[in-house]
Design a protein around this ligand. Structure first.
Ligand SMILES: Nc1ncnc2c1ncn2[C@@H]1O[C@H](COP(=O)(O)OP(=O)(O)OP(=O)(O)O)[C@@H](O)[C@H]1O
Ligand SMILES: [Mg+2]
Length: 599
């Protein structure tokens, strides 16, 4: 199976920008809060850096001339601005927090909804472990980026800008002398950012690998046990974790060699020495020296914080990008806009396949070729054929799980013209591989009915028809018995009967039963086939089975081989005319000879 490409480096700039726009859209959904966040961050930084600036002015204008009025004025001004800054900072953090929570909540809902609506092609391609990593790890990375990542990184840049602007008002020449340091500072941050980026990305990929690996061995635990694979699984997991540790180590090494902080210290030292010289030369006052150096000192903390906040920003952006792209992958096919027909009040259930060809996305071989098939309403057709011949696939096309070539009609209307929900709601399916949810038996039976209210009696009646009532009654809590994940605790036959009950409760007009009786013993099978005869009345049924008793009763038998229809007919005809049909049954029953001379 080709794996879905999570490598962000290959995507072009345009696609990346699109994802950033999407994130920004979420952040700015509430305009007032967004405004508070932007201007609050700006204002907090201005108020933070203006304090040493004012201290310098206070030294020159109040302390040195010993002007008590001025001193009181500046003391109060600094005090008030300090309090305002704390309040503003509190408000900004509060609002940013709220934006972060709301955005992540909305993004989670959007992500979940989109995954539910994805074509099956998507779910075939994307590993569920990767989706889990997106829903948990990438989602929280995105959250950390919004708060506090963006704020912490902007503190450093806004801080620097405010320092430069205020320094220019103090002494443009002095600022000019410091400019090379500022440029070096910015370049070193950019380089750090660049070096960190691939590491952050690998970090994420490795993390995704860990959760995928954990998921695989947890969901596959029974296979692992059956094949004594515990040691192998442990070893593999250890490898993945060790690999992850290496990336983490690399990241820490890079953080250790963090240049911007060193440059800030150099700037402060240089500025102090030159500043003292300027003061002695009378080019700068003492207060101005205190202002500039005090402001520079305030850049230390944000610069230090950038060393890991950059990781937050990159992690969040990369995570957001992955979420965005996964959400929008394989969308094109279902986005085709047509004017859908309303679902008819009364449908007969007449189905027709006309020149249908199909291959799975990403594969070369046609799995179904030139399928022409007509199923009268209320009739049962049996699909038979060797394994891999395309039986299951054919029924999946009817539910429009995939896009195909050719036309499939229902009551003469192209099924493409209906809403997907309507179509699928009216097709009942009992799958070959039955999935039960980790909830009660009752909830599992009621799964397909949506908001419709049903009584306990109705459920019991349905279960009885599906021959499931007896074994349900013997469970500890009856219909309220909790099933484990994937229905651990039920036998294959019991799961199938539950699935049949689930399907019957939706009362579909069209029924697809995929090998549904294969795991049921012959006594139950007999009972079930009696019930099924009831159930199949007035429903168009596609039955995939190799059980002769069921096939015999079918109105029509379709023999599939290598994706093509080899023969259509009744059992008695096919057994004497179709080699392919005979081959299917030759192992199980004594066939009448085609020609004389058999035993
Ligand atoms: N998701 C998929 N992606 C790619 N190929 C697939 C996919 N599902 C099935 N196939 C291929 O399509 C072919 C038909 O598969 P299908 O499941 O329809 O066979 P089947 O007749 O139902 O077999 P069985 O009797 O074993 O259930 C097989 O060759 C299979 O390998
Ligand atoms: Mg199948």
């Amino acid at each position: 199976m080709a794996s879905y490409n999570f490598d962000t480096s290959e995507r072009d700039q345009v696609a990346r920008r699109e994802s950033y726009k999407w994130i920004l859209g979420h952040l700015s959904r509430n305009k007032i809060k967004f405004f508070i966040m932007v201007f609050g961050t700006l204002g907090t930084n201005v108020l933070r850096i203006i304090i040493p600036f004012l201290v310098g002015i206070m030294i020159d204008q109040a302390i040195i001339p010993r002007d008590e009025d001025e001193l009181t004025f500046y003391t109060f001004l600094i005090l008030i601005l300090g309090v305002v800054r704390i309040l503003l900072s509190y408000l900004t953090i509060y609002v940013t927090n709220s934006i972060s929570w709301n955005s992540i909540r909305d993004i989670r809902v959007e992500f979940f909804t989109k995954l539910q609506d994805k074509p099956l092609e998507f779910h075939n391609r994307v590993r569920s472990g990767d989706l889990m990593a997106l829903a948990t790890n990438d989602m929280s990375q995105l959250g950390f980026m919004i708060n506090p990542g963006i704020r912490l990184v902007s503190d450093a840049f806004i801080g620097l800008a405010v320092v430069i602007i205020l320094a220019i008002t103090i002494d443009p020449l002095f600022t000019l002398i410091l400019t090379p340091f500022f440029i070096l500072y910015l370049i070193s941050i950019r380089n750090y950012n660049r070096e960190m980026k691939p590491i952050s990305q690998t970090f994420q990929q490795k993390w995704s690998l860990i959760s995928r690996s954990a998921q695989d061995s947890i969901t596959g635990v029974r296979v692992v046990r059956a094949f004594n694979g515990e040691e192998f699984e442990k070893k593999q997991f250890l490898e993945v974790v060790t690999d992850f540790k290496k990336t983490w180590y690399k990241q820490q090494m890079l953080v250790a060699k963090y240049w911007p902080l060193l440059i800030i210290y150099l700037t402060i030292g240089f500025s102090f020495i030159v500043g003292v010289w300027f003061v002695t030369e009378g080019l700068l006052t003492l207060g101005e020296l205190v202002s500039i150096n005090g402001m520079l000192l305030l850049l230390i903390l944000p610069t230090f914080i950038i060393s890991f906040a950059v990781g937050m920003l990159q992690g969040g952006l990369a995570g957001g990008e992955r979420i965005f792209h996964t959400m929008n992958a394989y969308d094109a096919e279902e986005a085709i806009e047509t004017t859908y027909l309303d679902w008819p009040k009364q449908i007969d259930g007449k189905i027709k396949f006309e020149n249908v060809n199909f291959k799975y996305d990403g594969t070369e071989k046609y799995v179904l070729q030139n399928i022409n098939l007509e199923i009268e309403s209320g009739k049962t057709i049996a699909l038979v054929g060797p394994t891999g011949s395309g039986k299951t696939t054919l029924t999946k096309l009817l539910s429009r799980f995939y896009n195909y070539e050719g036309i499939i009609t229902l009551d003469g209307e192209d099924i493409q013209n209906f809403h997907l929900q309507d179509l699928r709601q009216n097709i009942g399916r009992v799958e070959q591989d039955i999935f039960l949810f980790a909830s009660t038996i009752k909830e599992n039976i009621m799964f397909g009915i949506g908001d419709r209210q049903v009584t306990q009696e109705e459920i019991v009646l349905t279960a009885k028809t599906a021959q499931a009532h007896d074994f349900i009654s013997t469970q500890v809590d009856g219909y309220d018995t909790l099933l484990g994940e994937r229905g651990v605790g039920l036998s294959g036959g019991q799961r199938q009967r539950l699935a049949i009950a689930r399907c019957l409760l939706t009362d579909p007009k069209i029924l697809i039963l995929d090998d549904s009786t294969s795991a049921i013993d012959s006594e139950t099978e007999e009972r079930i086939s009696l019930a099924m005869n009831e159930v199949m009345k007035n429903r168009t049924t596609l039955l995939i089975t190799h059980r002769l008793s069921a096939i015999r009763k079918a109105d029509k038998i379709v023999v599939l081989k290598d994706g093509s229809i080899k023969a259509i007919g009744k059992h008695d005809d096919l057994i004497s005319t179709s080699k392919d049909y005979r081959r299917i049954f030759s192992k199980h029953i004594d066939l009448p000879p085609i020609s004389e001379g058999g035993k």
